[in-house]
Write a protein that binds this ligand. Structure first.
Ligand SMILES: [Fe+2]
Length: 244
């Protein structure tokens, strides 16, 4: 990775190993960081399991410090994942895990150079190889810090897998993809294609996004879960920019 593309705000230095209660100094930088985290959290007005809250706050603060658009995107993915998981009738504990997984699904981008994350236009082949590491990086960060959250880490690892086997990082097919990963994939892409990107100024409206999801039933997405998602009432309007 190019050295000049890796600012000092790595996960370790921007709060990943520090709880919010330890952020007691009130320097402008700290207030700004807390403000960014609060903005991301407020957007996701959904209830986390109590023990998940500090985990979410700790990691989302680090991600917001490094790449605020991705943190905002993640809060919307948490909301969509929650709604889809609940409508799909997943067990309560899995619904709760998927809220956290939604927030943290792109956590691994904290180790991807900003020059790549924010690059206008298409990525070259080498840059794609780097970007495609983010599910594994994020899953490992969570699993190392919280070994008891293995199912959340598995969902994060699988959020770019596809039923047709063309996904990454493991290219597993169909129901070999953990259910959490299949839920996250739909929530992630729905938000991604309805939200402006630095590398894609034109965005789909909600109806276009619905049509895209339908066209990818059984290919990019689990068909049954797509049907459930498209049946949800009142899918929210597109949010502000973010990276996916
Ligand atoms: Fe991702």
């Amino acid at each position: 990775m190019p050295e000049d593309a890796r600012p000092n705000q790595t996960g370790h230095e921007s709060g990943i190993h520090r709880t919010s209660s330890q952020s007691s100094d009130q320097s402008p930088a700290t207030r700004s960081r807390i403000g960014r985290r609060a903005a991301c959290v407020e957007r996701g007005a959904i209830v986390l399991r109590a023990e998940h809250e500090p985990v979410r706050d700790r990691f989302i603060e680090a991600l917001a410090s490094y790449d605020s658009p991705t943190a905002l995107h993640s809060s919307r993915v948490a909301q969509f994942s929650y709604r889809l998981a609940e409508a799909a009738g997943l067990p309560r504990h899995q619904v709760e895990e998927l809220i956290l997984a939604g927030y943290l699904h792109d956590l691994g981008k904290i180790d991807i150079p900003v020059s790549i994350l924010a690059k206008p236009g298409r990525l070259d082949a080498d840059e794609w190889i780097i970007v495609k590491r983010h599910p594994e990086i994020g899953a490992n960060l969570l699993a190392e810090a919280h070994p008891e959250m293995g199912d959340v880490a598995e969902a994060i690892l699988a959020h770019h897998e596809r039923p047709d086997g063309l996904g990454y990082p493991r290219a597993v097919r169909g129901e070999a993809i953990p259910a959490g990963g299949r839920v996250l994939a739909i929530a992630d892409v729905f938000d991604a294609i309805t939200t402006p990107r630095v590398y894609r100024p034109g965005t789909a409206d909600v109806e276009q996004a619905r049509q895209y999801l339908h066209s990818q039933r059984g290919k990019q997405f689990d068909g049954d879960l797509v049907d459930i998602f498209l049946a949800l009432e009142g899918l929210p309007a597109p949010g502000p920019g973010g990276n996916s």
